[in-house]
Structure formats: C-alpha cells, structure tokens
Design a protein around this ligand. Structure first.
Ligand code: MRU
Length: 350
C-alpha cells in the first residue's frame, strides 16, 4: 500500500501579545500573515474573510477574548469582566451563521467568570484566558484527526469526491473537517480524486481548496458551481463531502451557499451526500438558523476587482443555505458517524 503523509496547520495563532493570522483572502496569490494587537482589527478580519471557515472563526474569537484580557493589563481586576464583555459583543457581531463563533465566545466567557471568582490578579486572568484559547485550538486539531479516522472508510478506491467551499486546514485548523476526512483516506493509501467547485461569489473552492489539495498532492479537478449536475451525470462523481457552519439537532445543516442545490442534485443522481463537522458546530439550542446576507458588490464584482454587471443592479447575496436532513446520508463528527434520525444520533453524541 502507498504510504502518504498529510499535515495540518493552524491559520490563527497567538504571537507575543498579539494575534496573528494567515490572510485567506490573498491565497493563492501570496501567503501573507498579519499580526495585530487590536480586537477591532481582528473582528474586521473575520468580517472581511481574512479568516474564515466555522472552526477558525471560533478560534479567532477565542484568541480575541484572550487579546482583550491582555489589553486590559495594568488596570484593576474589578473592571476586567466589563472591559472584555465589550470586546465579546463586538466579536459576536462579526458573522451570524457559524455557531462555532458563539460556542467559543461562551466557552471563553465561562472561563473568565471562573478565573475572576478564583480571585487571581489581572495577569493570572490573562494567562488563564490564553491557556483556554490554546486548549480550544489543540482540542480542535485533535478532533479533526478523530473526524478523519471516523470518516475515512466512507471513501473507497476509485471514488470521485465532489466538495464545495473550503473545509481544510485553512478553514478549520488541524487537517480540516470534510477535507480532513478526504486527507485521512488519502493518507491511508486509497486512490480517488477530488472535484472542487469554484464556490461563487468569493471562490473559496477555487482559491483555497485547490491550493490545499495541490500542496498535498491529492488529484483535484476544478469546476464551476453550475457544472455540478453535468459532473454528477457524466464525470462519475461517486460521493459528495462537505462541511457545516451550523447543524440543528434535527439534522438541518447550514453551509456555504450552493450546498442545498448540491444535496438536491446528489439525491436525484443517487450519490451519497456526507457532511463532516465537529460537535462545536451542533447547535442544540436553536430551531432556526440566521443566514448571513453579505454585500451586494461581492456579486457585482469578481473579488472586488472586475465589475461584471451594471453597477446598480439589485443583488441577492445570502452566504449560506440550509439543507434538510432527509438529503444527508450521514454526518461525520469526532464522536462518530451520525445517521438518521439525527435527532437521536446527534443527541446521543452531545
Ligand atoms: O463564508 P465562509 O467561507 O466562512 O464559509 C465557510 C463554509 O461554508 C465552510 O464550508 C464551513 O465553514 C464548513 S467547514 C469550515
């Protein structure tokens, strides 16, 4: 059997009292890191997709809370919680759909309350917040490996796996979610190929997924989003694998716009449709999902550079859609592979 080695990465990290992140909006043209001591700049980085992908948004928010604690240094501990709460509110306003953002903010807030109750000084609270953000990042990377292990046998020799948007190390840390499953099957020595969609209007598939798979030597072919039905019918697509930004307990999955249409097409062509996501993407509290509406110019222009339509045409630009559970064959998590009915399988994994 061919022995292959895959590797993960951490696209957001703590660096000397600042947060540092790789600028995903510059890939594949350049690999540039940005470093900032400002929570506001970090929040804008999330909004403008310098950092993106549900798990990485959560990690950025966790480091944002640690950064807020760090920026409070030299003052009295009594005002610390209030100071950090303001930054938390700013971070919570960045992107509404990926639940990992709120999951990470809640975890960091709970830690903050405990640290302050323990009676430590400002430095002790800051250290505790940084430890928590680092722990979250470490667990996330370990979970991505577990997801890969749990899902890798769903990919067999000869498969042609269609994926959408970007679910690799850039979006998720570690080895990624859905991409992590694909990479784990690749590491195992399986022979298959990947078909990646452009993912309009911001081209996460063309720019990021292709970049990641090509770097790791996994055969990948690029198609536009509108070629999916043709590719399923004529190009031998055998599986669809993608990620999630929020999963309701009943199995409704919010993911990058275009996911729902791929699920409908996969159902029509009788192709298994798999989702891979960590349990931090499962929202056990909500019964509906807020879809982020983004700027109209993202559709009027190609990546802010070339205007491709009339400048004032009205645009509809939802960043995500919701796929109903009946179209999803299974959901791979770090705790196992959830099958229908998802209400039962996901609840038992929580
Ligand atoms: O708008 P984005 O690029 O943050 O959207 C990302 C996705 O939809 C991913 O597929 C998702 O976060 C799942 S795994 C990272």
């Amino acid at each position: 059997m061919v022995k292959r080695k895959i590797s993960g990465m951490e696209p957001v990290r703590w660096s000397d009292g600042q947060v540092e992140w790789i600028l995903q909006n510059r890939i594949p043209w350049e690999e540039t890191w940005k470093k900032s001591p400002s929570v506001e700049e970090l929040a804008r980085g999330i909004e403008t997709l310098e950092m993106r992908g549900a798990p990485v948004i959560g990690m950025a928010a966790a480091y944002g809370m640690a950064l807020s604690a760090h920026n409070y240094k030299g003052r009295d501990v009594s005002g610390m919680a209030q100071y950090i709460e303001k930054d938390r509110e700013r971070l919570a306003k960045t992107r509404p759909t990926a639940v990992n953002l709120f999951w990470a903010l809640d975890r960091m807030s709970r830690r903050l309350v405990r640290l302050i109750e323990d009676g430590g000084d400002v430095d002790a609270v800051m250290e505790g917040m940084l430890r928590e953000a680092r722990a979250l990042q470490k667990e996330n990377a370990e979970d991505s490996r577990r997801m890969g292990e749990n899902g890798k046998d769903l990919i067999e020799d000869g498969d042609v796996v269609l994926t959408h948007c970007n679910t690799g190390p850039l979006a998720c840390g570690g080895i990624g979610t859905s991409t992590g499953v694909i990479l784990s099957a690749w590491e195992e020595g399986r022979d298959f190929r990947v078909v990646a969609t452009h993912t309009a209007p911001l081209y996460q598939g063309a720019r990021l997924t292709v970049w990641e798979f090509m770097k790791m030597g996994v055969p990948v072919t690029l198609i536009t989003d509108s070629m999916a039905a043709y590719a399923m019918k004529n190009e031998g697509i055998t599986k669809v694998f993608l990620g999630a930004d929020r999963i309701l307990l009943d199995g409704h999955v919010a993911n990058k716009i275009g996911t729902y249409q791929l699920a409908v097409l996969a159902d029509y062509h009788k192709i298994p449709f798999y989702v891979a996501a960590p349990m931090s993407t499962v929202d056990s509290k909500s019964s509906s999902i807020q879809i982020e509406m983004r700027r109209q110019d993202e559709v009027r222009n190609v990546l802010g550079k070339l205007q491709i339509t009339m400048p004032d045409v009205p645009v509809f630009n939802p960043a995500f859609d919701v796929t109903p559970p009946e179209l999803i064959s299974a959901i791979v998590t770090e705790r196992g592979v959830a099958k229908k009915p998802y209400g039962e399988s996901l609840s038992s994994m929580l």
